[in-house]
Design a protein around this ligand. Structure first.
Ligand code: ZN
Length: 665
């Protein structure tokens, strides 16, 4: 029971947000993962109504955790539960290498919401032996489906979460759980036959799994609470808490959002989902806001079904002023971009922008999380009603605070000049870059008639991220940003230009295992931009180049204004690719610049990076929210407790927010 365990914490005192100085950001570190804590500044300044609303939304968020685990791979819940039972019950020696390796494996499973690396999407194996695991489970009395042993320990079984290799059948070679028994061709034919070609299309497949039954028919299993809906047990809990949140809605618009979302979770009806998404875009005046449901489609090899995620947040009033300057000038940015006129939106509307403070991260946003959100994903809704873009300042603050002085800039940046830019402007321009990417980048441009985002297939996400990044980079150096008071001066953008190029061309490779290609869409995007630029500099006076000094590769920028022009040229190419749905061009760009890794440089970067002992990926633990009730059961206040550790948090979530069966059919 979630409420009970939270109430029992209410003895602890945690009323105001600690300052950055006294706050301990690092919580844990294992493998390539670092676990951070984040502050929730100003939570205490919310009204009791807002706090109550936020509280029930955090509860609705936490109940979706198991849905995502099951979507990632059908054996994830079985494996996690067997490991947790062993972890809690084991009475043997906990100082042995086997136990330590097992604990590290479980921590990794929690981090990835499953058995595949959250970024590379490769399966990771336990470093404890299979024999030890089997024996330990037996002596501890832990029972499990024997199939999980090969899933856990055999490297060949379900090796890749999301296959992106276009030479292969993307579904049969993916371990994720969005399709059962179907080939890619069968799924594509099903989607083609069920496509909604209306002007206001339903997102067919957003909330369902396609399953081939014994008769060979394809059945759509919809995620909903009614009837035999898939994930109904968890969605009922989500709905229950959304219903509890309803009386605390801040505005009529927000009440409608909650009502539509409740109805959508009950019926799975995609028309209701569209109404929900439109209501959500229109709800601009509530301080507390949230995402809850099947959202991003990166986890589906065909990019159709949404992974479950939730994030609850409230508006950061001071920082939002900055992004409002961007959105209120959206048309100016659209008109002045270096893209062809026919690919520009004649009328840019409804690009709302705000900076938020995250209250809770859940599902696909936890523990690893995006630092910006731009929704809804349906193009026609964005066009007709606009979209909401947010950047999450309390999370970027946590990243920045945790990374100060870790030795990275000293090792990889070319000279003190770049390090000075980074120190003076890096954190701030990083935030501005995310704002521009989310507020203006994704919302810019238009598709030609008859073209859909799906035309670019498996390269769609990479190309779209590159488009948003380039739009941001191009404008970051524009005098308009200084004029608007967004950038402090005409030099600041150089910090972001340098870090973008350094990261895309070199340092992000420390996040790729030696011998592997670049797979993840955001990483491919950054490689694409950096490598394309490096391939298109002036040979006699390169704007930017890779140079070797003392046997080490460095990135040096010689001409920042020239670099800007190269970003602009690539933006025009990418925009045309998206606007015309040119799949061949997308393949050429991705294949040429975004995937392949030079093994010599890669080995060198890994060797330089390793001694720094910096975890390349980071995720978070959430605060605990403690509700205080009056005699009538209404929430009068909600206080925070920041003291929970990583292991404790996951064990608590698994204990208190876990109702799905091991295998969901
Ligand atoms: Zn993006």
């Amino acid at each position: 029971m979630a409420a009970l365990s939270l109430v029992s914490c209410s003895q602890k005192q945690a009323t105001t947000t600690p300052s950055t100085d006294e706050f301990s950001y690092m919580v844990d570190q294992f493998y390539d993962l670092g676990i951070l804590r984040y502050r929730v500044p100003d939570f205490e300044t919310l009204s009791s109504q807002q706090k109550a609303l936020a509280y029930y939304l955090t509860e609705a968020a936490l109940w979706g955790r198991d849905i995502l685990a099951d979507q990632n791979c059908k054996y994830n819940l079985s494996i996690r539960r067997a490991c947790e039972a062993l972890y809690l019950g084991y009475q043997g020696d906990k100082t042995t290498d086997e136990w330590v390796a097992f604990e590290r494996y479980l921590k990794r499973v929690w981090f990835s919401n499953g058995i595949h690396h959250h970024y590379s999407e490769d399966k990771f194996l336990p470093e404890c032996s299979k024999d030890w695991f089997v024996q330990a489970c037996e002596t501890t009395g832990v029972s499990y489906d024997p199939v999980i042993l090969s899933v856990m320990f055999d490297p060949m079984v379900l090796a890749k979460k999301v296959c992106q290799d276009s030479d292969k059948d993307l579904l049969l070679n993916s371990a994720c759980n969005y399709y059962e028994g179907l080939s890619q061709a069968e799924a594509e034919a099903w989607y083609a036959a069920h496509k909604d070609d209306s002007a206001e299309p339903k997102w067919i497949g957003l909330n369902s799994k396609l399953v081939k039954n014994e008769q060979g028919e394809i059945i759509e299993r919809v995620f909903k609470t009614e009837g035999d809906g898939l994930y109904r047990e968890a969605l009922e809990k989500v709905v229950e808490n959304l219903q509890k949140a309803l009386p605390y809605a801040e505005t009529e618009e927000q009440r409608l959002v909650l009502e539509k979302l409740i109805a959508f979770n009950q019926t799975g009806d995609l028309q209701t989902f569209n109404e929900y998404a439109i209501a959500w875009v229109k709800d601009l005046n509530s301080r507390v806001d949230f995402v809850n449901g099947f959202t991003e489609v990166y986890g589906d090899p065909l990019g159709i079904t949404g992974a479950w995620e939730s994030m609850v947040n409230f508006k950061n009033l001071a920082a939002t002023e900055r992004t409002e300057k961007m959105s209120s000038n959206a048309q100016w940015f659209e008109d002045n971009s270096p893209t062809d006129k026919k690919y520009k939106k004649a009328e840019c509307k409804g690009v709302s922008a705000k900076v938020i403070t995250a209250v809770i991260l859940a599902g696909d946003c936890y523990p690893a999380t995006p630092i910006g959100i731009n929704l809804p994903n349906a193009n026609w809704i964005r066009k007709a009603y606009g979209s909401k873009s947010v950047t999450i300042q309390n999370l970027t603050e946590a990243y920045n605070q945790a990374s100060l002085g870790n030795g990275f800039n000293e090792e990889f940046m070319y000279s003190d000049a770049e390090r000075e830019y980074a120190k003076k402007y890096g954190a701030f321009t990083g935030d501005v870059h995310v704002d521009l990417h989310e507020c203006l980048g994704h919302g810019s441009g238009q598709l030609m008639p008859g073209v859909s985002k799906d035309n670019l297939k498996e390269h769609g996400s990479t190309i779209e991220e590159a488009r948003a990044d380039l739009f941001s980079l191009y404008y970051m150096a524009d005098a308009k940003l200084v004029e608007l008071g967004i950038m402090p001066d005409a030099e600041a953008y150089k910090a972001q230009y340098y870090s973008q190029m350094l990261n895309g061309a070199l340092t992000q490779l420390v996040r790729v295992e030696f011998g592997k290609n670049i797979e993840e869409a955001h990483m491919r995007n950054r490689a694409l931009i950096a490598n394309w630029v490096l391939a298109h500099v002036h040979a006699d006076h390169p704007e930017v180049e890779i140079i070797v000094e003392n046997g080490k590769h460095y990135l040096r920028v010689n001409d920042y204004e020239g670099l800007r022009q190269l970003f602009g040229q690539l933006l025009a190419i990418i925009q045309e690719t998206v606007s015309t749905g040119d799949y061949d061009k997308a393949c050429e760009l991705v294949e040429s610049y975004a995937v392949h890794v030079d093994p010599v440089i890669h080995a060198e970067l890994l060797a330089r990076y390793q001694p720094l002992n910096i975890p390349p990926y980071k995720g978070f633990v959430n605060p605990i929210y403690i509700p205080h009730f009056d005699a009538d059961g209404r929430i009068t206040d909600v206080t925070l407790d920041y003291t929970e550790g990583y292991i404790e948090q996951h064990l608590r979530y698994s204990r208190d927010y876990s109702v799905l069966p091991n295998i969901n059919l």
